[in-house]
Write a protein that binds this ligand. Structure first.
Ligand code: URP
Ligand code: ZN
Ligand code: ZN
Length: 469
C-alpha cells in the first residue's frame, strides 16, 4: 500500500515547508516538492498541516488503582488517542508487590493482546525490590525494550517506595542506560496531612489539594534530582504541576545535569477552584499532583516554552465519576486519583498554545511528539517526518471547529475535563505505519494494528526497522 500526501504544510520540530510526503508500506520513503509518483491513495493536504503522530509518554490503561480499575482498557484508551492524533504511547506496568518484573510485564502485555490500535511501549513501575523483583531482573529489562523505570515517591501504603528503593533503582539505571522517572511528592508528609484533615472531618474533594501542598512536590523533586546526581542516572520528573517543582528542575538543567521534566495538559487549564465545585463535581478533578492555584499556569507555559520542561503528556488515568469517583463521596482520600485526557492534548495545546501565541507550531510538535520520542527511545522511528521514519502522520485541519465533550469523545469515561471548550483545529486523517487509523469521525482500522515497540535506551536512537542489521 502506498499513500501520497500532497501539498500539505509539513511541520516537524525543526521544519515548516509545503511539500509532498510519500509513504510506501509502513515508512516514509520520499519527501519533496510536487512528487511525480504513483500511489494507491492520494490525500490532498492543501491548507492542512502534516504533523508527526503524537507520542504520549505517560498513560495508565487497564490499571488497578484506588480500589478499582481505570475505565479505559487498551482498546478504548488507544481509540481515543487515535482520534486525538496520538499514534504511540508509553504505558506503565505496575509491579504488584511481591511479584517479579517478568510476571508483571507478561500480565500487562496480555491485557493489550489483540486490542492495540496504536503503537505502545512500557515503563516499569518499581514498587518492591525486597520480595519481588531483584536488581538483576531490573537490570535485564532494557534488553527487552523496557528502558525506563518509574518510582512513586507518594501513595503511602500503596505504590510508594522508600529512598533506598529509589536510590538502588537509580544505581541500576546508571548501569543499564535506562531513564528513571519519578512521581515526586513527599508521601510521608502528605499521609500525615491527610490523616489530620480526616480527623477534623474535612472530607470534601478540595481537601485532596489542601493536603498535598506544592512544597511537598518541590521537596521530592529536589530530593530525586540530588539522589540521581549521586547515583549518576538520568532523571525525568513526571506531571510537574507548580513553581515549587519547576524551580529545582530549572536549576538542574541550567547546571547541565541530566534532568528532564514534563507537565500534563490539565495543569494549564484546571486550577484549584475546580475542586470546590458543588455536588461532588469537584471529584472529577481529583488527580495527583492536584490542580494548583492559577498563578502556576503561566509558570508552566513559560517552562515548556523555554525547555525547562521538555514534554507535555496526558497522565490519562480515567475513572468514571458515577460509580468510581463516588467511592470517595464521604472521604476524599478514597476518590480514585486520576483524570482523562488522552484524546484532547493536541486539541488543547494547538488552541491555547499555538493559536493563542504562546508556542510556535514547531515547539508544539517538539513537546507532543519529538521530545517524548527522543527521551523514551522511539526516535527517529517515531516523533518526526523524515525519510525512513514510520509513517505515523496526522493530516491536521487547522480550520475545523470542534466542541470538546464527553458526549462525543471516544474514551469510555463519563466526563471530560475540558467539557464545552471550543477549539479550532482537528486531525482529519491519522496514519499509523502507513495504515489509515482515523478518517474524519470514523475509526478505519481494527484492533490488532498497533504493536509493542522495543524502545532504545536513553540517549540512543531507535533505528527504522529496515535499517536494523
Ligand atoms: O492522579 C494520577 N495522576 N493518577 C495516576 C497515577 C499517577 O500518579 O500518575
Ligand atoms: Zn503520578
Ligand atoms: Zn501517571
Amino acid at each position: 500500500m502506498s499513500v501520497l500526501i500532497k501539498g500539505g504544510r509539513v511541520i516537524t520540530a525543526a521544519d515548516d515547508y509545503v511539500g509532498d510526503v510519500y509513504v510506501e508500506g509502513e515508512r516514509i520513503s520520499l519527501i519533496g516538492e510536487s512528487l511525480d509518483v504513483e500511489a494507491d491513495r492520494v490525500v490532498d493536504a492543501s491548507g492542512k498541516y502534516v504533523l508527526p503522530g503524537c507520542v504520549d509518554p505517560h498513560t495508565h490503561l487497564d490499571m488497578p488503582f484506588g480500589g478499582t480499575v481505570t475505565i479505559d482498557d487498551v482498546e478504548s484508551g488507544q481509540r481515543s488517542a487515535a482520534f486525538g492524533g496520538t499514534t504511540s504511547h508509553v504505558d506503565f506496568v505496575i509491579q504488584p508487590q511481591g511479584s517479579t518484573f517478568a510476571d508483571a510485564l507478561d500480565e500487562w502485555k496480555s491485557k493489550a493482546d489483540g486490542k492495540q490500535l496504536i503503537d505502545m511501549g512500557y515503563h516499569m513501575a518499581v514498587t518492591d525490590l525486597r520480595e519481588g523483583g531483584s536488581l538483576e531482573e531490573l537490570a535485564s529489562l532494557p534488553d527487552q525494550g523496557v528502558t525506563s523505570y518509574k518510582l512513586f515517591m507518594a501513595y503511602k501504603g500503596a505504590l510508594m517506595v522508600d529512598d533506598e528503593t529509589l536510590f538502588r533503582t537509580m544505581q541500576v539505571a546508571a548501569e543499564t542506560g535506562a531513564l528513571v522517572m519519578v512521581h515526586a511528592e513527599n508521601g510521608d508528609a502528605i499521609d500525615v496531612l491527610v490523616k489530620e484533615a480526616l480527623a477534623r472531618g474535612e472530607t470534601e474533594p478540595k481537601y485532596h489539594a489542601l493536603t498535598r501542598p506544592p512544597e511537598t512536590e518541590g521537596e521530592a523533586t529536589n530530593r530525586a534530582i540530588q539522589l540521581a546526581r549521586v547515583a549518576g542516572s538520568a532523571l525525568y520528573v513526571v506531571h510537574v504541576s507548580c513553581a515549587e517543582a519547576v524551580e529545582p528542575i530549572a536549576i538542574a538543567r541550567e547546571k547541565g545535569w541530566n534532568v528532564w521534566g514534563e507537565t500534563c495538559t490539565q495543569y494549564f487549564f484546571v486550577d484549584y477552584t475546580f475542586l470546590e465545585r458543588p455536588n461532588f463535581e469537584g471529584a472529577k478533578f481529583v488527580y495527583t499532583p492536584p490542580p494548583r492555584d492559577k498563578a502556576n499556569q503561566d509558570v508552566l507555559w513559560n517552562a515548556v516554552r523555554t525547555d525547562v520542561l521538555s514534554a507535555i503528556s496526558t497522565d490519562h488515568c480515567a475513572f468514571d465519576w458515577d460509580g468510581q469517583k463516588t467511592l470517595g463521596r464521604d472521604d476524599f482520600s478514597k476518590i480514585p486519583n486520576g483524570g482523562p485526557g488522552l484524546e484532547n492534548r493536541l486539541h488543547m495545546i494547538h488552541e491555547f498554545g499555538v493559536r493563542s501565541g504562546r508556542l510556535t507550531l514547531n515547539r508544539m510538535v517538539e513537546l507532543l511528539a519529538t521530545n517524548p520520542a527522543k527521551l523514551f527511545g522511539l526516535y527517529p522511528r517515531k516523533g518526526t517526518i523524515a525519510v525512513g521514519s514510520d509513517a505515523d502522520i496526522v493530516v491536521f485541519d487547522p480550520d475545523k471547529q470542534h466542541t470538546i465533550s464527553a458526549s462525543t469523545h471516544h474514551s469510555k469515561v463519563d466526563y471530560n475535563l475540558y467539557e464545552g471548550t471550543e477549539v479550532t483545529g482537528l486531525p482529519d486523517i491519522v496514519l499509523l505505519r502507513g495504515n489509515v487509523l482515523v478518517e474524519g469521525d470514523q475509526l478505519v482500522a481494527s484492533p490488532g494494528v498497533g504493536q509493542f515497540v522495543k524502545r532504545a535506551r536513553f540517549g540512543e536512537e531507535l533505528k527504522p526497522a529496515a535499517a536494523v542489521v
